[in-house]
Design a protein around this ligand. Structure first.
Ligand SMILES: [Zn+2]
Length: 357
């Protein structure tokens, strides 16, 4: 399958990419899909055609907005002894993990601030290690610190926002992010992800809607295997956008994983790079209608090195009327439209108890 990755017209000036070589320092074992090559590919492809912002380092107090002190110290000591460590069978700490992870959290806060202040229409933190599976006291699923949660908590703590939406478009449910804000209506968490009966992290069932004051503000939308561009468009137009506009977040953060791409080695969704643009475009329009502001993206998954930079570029161009990059549609879409219909119907029935849909 040929990807049209000839140099595009350039990323428009209303976009900023926060990234740098510091994110190559986190080094899981060499055969791990969450590799430094992901950031390398993004910097090589986009470094020269976008406004590149130097990432800053988070300080300890900022990490503690979300994480337990013991866990933060554990990551620091695993890194600084130079011996590294294993957090779970998929999640590793190397000597460079601490410094990468501090900058990942820092860059994520920068992206959120740049959009909150209307400095940019879109700001994207191309960082690693990723964050959405990280809980307050434990990392998991390749994730060390929960970058999106830290960015949201920072906006709230600094009085920059009183309501923040996190829309998670990674193929997996961000169980860490969901858990962190499960009782907190100040953060609306919406996730599109593979059906948890079939996919990691085996959470994110429709019934997981939040607790206490947070009830109704945690919105898991499970999807069937093989879902593609059309499925994502339908979910966003029919469920996500109306809920966002109803909630009226001051700032919208996207946990932007691109492992929904049809060539991704870990997942079996069927999205294209133009599907990633369309997803971001629809979210941008909904966020803009709700708050007059754009979208802050934070990288989560996405392991196909050829499409990843193109998807990031297309995210940055969310406010344009056409994608920067396109590719032919994959053949043999596996999702039966009937099954998608059934998933959508169930989600609508559940969510309309809390939102006007
Ligand atoms: Zn993922």
């Amino acid at each position: 399958m040929r990807v049209d990755d000839s140099d595009p017209r350039g990323i428009p000036a209303g976009s900023a990419l926060i990234s740098g070589r510091i994110f190559l320092e986190h080094k899981p074992p060499s055969d791990h899909p969450e590799s430094p090559a992901r950031i390398k590919a993004i910097l090589e492809k986009l470094g020269g055609i976008v406004k590149l912002v130097e990432p800053r380092q988070a300080d300890a107090q900022e990490l503690l907005l979300v994480h337990d002190e013991e866990y933060v110290s554990l990551i620091q000591s695993y890194s600084e002894t130079g011996l590294g460590g294993m957090i779970d069978p998929d999640t590793f700490v190397s000597s460079g993990t601490w410094i990468s992870a501090l900058h990942a959290a820092g860059a994520s806060m920068q992206a959120a601030m740049l959009v909150a202040s209307r400095a940019y229409n879109t700001a994207f933190a191309a960082i690693r290690p990723p964050g959405h599976h990280a809980h307050p006291g434990r990392g998991a699923g390749f994730c060390i610190f929960n970058n999106a949660a830290i960015a949201a908590a920072k906006l709230l703590a600094g009085g920059v926002a009183s309501r923040v939406a996190i829309v998670d478009i990674d193929a997996h449910y961000g169980d860490g992010t969901a858990h962190i804000f499960y009782e907190d209506p100040r953060v609306l968490y919406i996730s599109l992800h593979g059906d948890p009966h079939l996919y990691y992290p085996w959470r994110g069932h429709l019934e997981e809607l939040g607790r206490k004051e947070g009830l109704g503000y945690n919105i898991p939308i499970p999807l069937p295997p093989g879902v593609g561009d059309d499925g994502y468009v339908r979910v966003i137009e029919e469920l996500v956008a109306p809920i966002l506009e109803d909630y009226k977040p001051d700032v919208t953060i996207v946990s932007a994983g691109f492992d929904t791409h049809h060539r991704d080695p870990l997942m079996d969704f069927e999205l294209t790079v133009q599907g990633h643009w369309m997803t971001a475009h629809l979210l941008y329009k909904a966020a803009h209608r709700a708050s007059g502001k754009g979208l802050a993206g934070i990288l989560e998954g996405g392991y196909d090195l050829r499409s990843l930079p193109l998807s990031v570029a297309n995210f940055l161009a969310a406010y344009e009327e056409t994608p920067l990059y396109t590719e032919p549609k994959p053949r043999g879409i596996r999702a039966k439209s009937g099954r998608l219909e059934e998933y959508l119907r169930r989600a609508r029935r559940m969510l309309s108890k809390y939102w006007s849909l």
